[in-house]
Design a protein around this ligand. Structure first.
Ligand code: NAP
Length: 209
């Protein structure tokens, strides 16, 4: 018989990202996982200094954080965490999930939400196997993702005790880089980002140089 989780155990999603800027596909991913995995809440965690983006300019953390706050304000199931923007140095996921585990204790189930492409890179992240000690991963589908490579990754991780779930979500091919490009060309980003985020981008001049 399957063991039931303690009634009080909470289930928390962790949506990490550079969010430069946050867009509707991020929100669809987080809401799909919140709903599909019966999560109590999803924490959006903007990276302070993304370790994998050293070659390119990333907008200041305060700006990216402000856009995340605007984007999630209408969803009571979403919260923002400044754990990575407050921490000096590179924002390694392993350090974040270790801190969350300490904060929430052993009974809480943590689900780290990533795009299917990002999860394929996880073995190149810092201490990937420790990440799996603290949380399960949910890989959400995105247009053009490599389903065969993802299956292989799920099997590889299962062999070493890591759990990677796949979740099919409504797929939209929005990307932060496409939004930055559109803004630079003074083209519309309406319906790609929440209205408040669009207004923030145009008002503050982000991505326009
Ligand atoms: P991002 O570009 O802001 O995107 C956030 C997440 O949303 C990513 O998992 C991304 O997956 C997904 N996503 C974006 N557009 C999507 C779409 N249209 N449909 C479905 N999913 C979509 O963030 P990121 O720079 O990839 O970083 C993701 C997380 O991984 C962050 O928490 C970062 O710190 C962490 N990370 C950690 C390390 C490390 O610890 N060494 C290294 C790399 C990344 P895709 O990538 O598949 O687009």
């Amino acid at each position: 018989m399957a063991l039931r989780e303690p009634a009080q155990a909470s289930r928390i999603g962790v949506m990490g990202g550079t969010f430069d800027p946050i867009h509707l596909a991020h929100l669809i991913a987080a809401e799909s996982v919140r709903d599909g995995f019966h999560l109590h809440r999803v924490l959006f965690i903007p990276a302070g200094t993304p370790p994998h983006k050293t070659g390119r300019r990333v907008s200041p953390a305060a700006r990216r954080l402000a856009m995340v706050r605007l984007a999630i304000s209408s969803n009571p199931g979403f919260e923002v965490s400044t754990i990575e923007t407050d921490r000096p140095g590179a924002s390694y996921t392993v350090d974040t999930v270790r801190s969350l585990r300490r904060e929430f204790g052993p009974e809480t189930k943590l689900y780290f939400i990533t795009g299917a492409d990002a999860v394929l890179e996880i073995l190149s992240w810092k201490d990937p196997f420790e990440i799996f000690n603290h949380c399960e991963l949910v890989a959400v589908t995105r247009p053009g993702y490599d389903a065969v490579a993802l299956d292989r990754m799920v099997a590889t991780m299962a062999g070493s005790g890591g759990v990677v779930h796949r979740l099919a979500i409504p797929e939209v091919s929005i990307s932060s880089s496409e939004i930055r490009k559109r803004v630079k060309e003074r083209r519309s980003i309406r319906y790609l980002v929440p209205d408040a985020v669009g207004e923030y981008i145009w008002r503050t001049g982000l991505y326009q140089d």
